[in-house]
Design a protein around this ligand. Structure first.
Ligand SMILES: Nc1ncnc2c1ncn2[C@@H]1O[C@H](COP(=O)(O)OP(=O)(O)OP(=O)(O)O)[C@@H](O)[C@H]1O
Length: 304
């Protein structure tokens, strides 16, 4: 869908973003904020005060990213609250996955990527050239759209992060395996078949196995990139319940296309558009009383 078509569908109401920053003068034409973004105008993200008051696990600061000549992220400033679920939403191609991948430096794997700005994890800058990326990734758990269990047993899948760290103690490995599978709400289903292949599980079980593997190393942040997009509704509902249960113990940043899912599972929602953070606030406010008309148009399905 072209940007222009998206924009045209958004009603140009008087209750636009411009009313927040300046009163409308008689006869003055209001310009939609998303149209201004598409035209390359500078603008400041709208971040609700309640987000700013939260303790942060991550702080994304003045962050820009280019794929070759093409800029994909523009001056993103975003605190990610600790112990909460934060959803990243926005139309396809707005940069949600790119931003998520920056947090665990997966974009380093792409030769053409260039970044500016910083991301701070619990006080530590993660973008410095001197950062040990392997150590950094141990502080993050990542779960992808498609479940990706390794071709090894359920047990070995879960304890994999400990194995690569050199852990050999059977008791420790068994304890972490059970704790992580329970944490991922799949223990009862697999406790009698831990030595079967992880690939023998259903798609939804495989995804919970991947979440168990992601939490086995007790990460500071759990990054979930559309973790339910390949799952049926029942498996999706189990993963959503699980995300709610993991909240508090883990800080979760999740990319989702599904507005109902974002509203069900997240505490905070960030709306992105064409590489910019547009509005970021408590999910209940973003879905029922956003500050921007454009956010309302997106979350109610009127474009994108
Ligand atoms: N490896 C890459 N090389 C070049 N451009 C890329 C690459 N990955 C993403 N992009 C571009 O960066 C922009 C943001 O893409 P990204 O995948 O982050 O968006 P998204 O919001 O996650 O989209 P979707 O919801 O469709 O997954 C898009 O214009 C995309 O084409």
């Amino acid at each position: 869908m072209s940007t222009q078509r998206e924009i045209e569908k958004i009603p140009q109401t008087r209750n636009s973003v411009n009313e927040i920053t300046s009163p409308q003068q008689p006869g003055e034409e209001r310009q939609n904020r998303l149209e201004m973004i598409a035209q390359g105008h500078e603008f400041d993200s709208v971040i609700h005060d309640s987000v700013k008051r939260e303790e942060c696990v991550l702080e994304i600061k003045n962050f820009n990213l280019w794929y070759g000549e093409k800029q994909a992220l523009f001056n993103v400033n975003m605190p990610v609250p600790k112990g909460q679920v934060t959803a990243l939403v926005g139309p396809s191609g707005c940069g949600k996955s790119t931003l998520l991948r920056c947090v665990n430096r997966m974009n380093d794997l792409i030769d053409t990527v260039r970044i500016q700005g910083d991301i701070v994890l619990n006080g530590d800058s993660i973008c410095d050239a001197g950062v040990d990326v392997i150590e950094l990734r141990k502080r993050m758990g990542m779960v992808f759209q498609k479940p990706n269990p390794f071709p090894m047993s359920i047990f070995e899948n879960v304890v994999y992060p400990l194995r690569i760290d050199g852990e050999r103690n059977r008791g420790v490995l068994e304890g972490v395996c059970e704790h992580s599978l329970k944490g991922a709400a799949i223990w009862d289903e697999v406790k009698d078949r831990l030595h079967e292949s992880g690939l023998s599980l259903s798609g939804g079980q495989q995804q919970r196995l991947c979440i168990a593997r992601a939490i086995a190393s007790e990460p500071e942040v759990l990054l979930l990139d559309e973790p339910c997009s390949a799952l049926d509704p029942i498996a999706t509902s189990k993963i959503e319940d699980l995300i709610r249960e993991l909240r508090g113990e883990y800080s979760i940043l999740i990319v989702t296309h599904n507005m109902q899912q974002a509203s069900r599972i997240s505490d905070y929602t960030a709306f992105m558009y064409l590489g910019r953070l547009v509005e970021f606030g408590p999910t209940v406010d973003i879905f029922t009383n956003p500050k921007l008309t454009e956010t309302n148009a997106y979350v109610t399905g009127r474009f994108g």
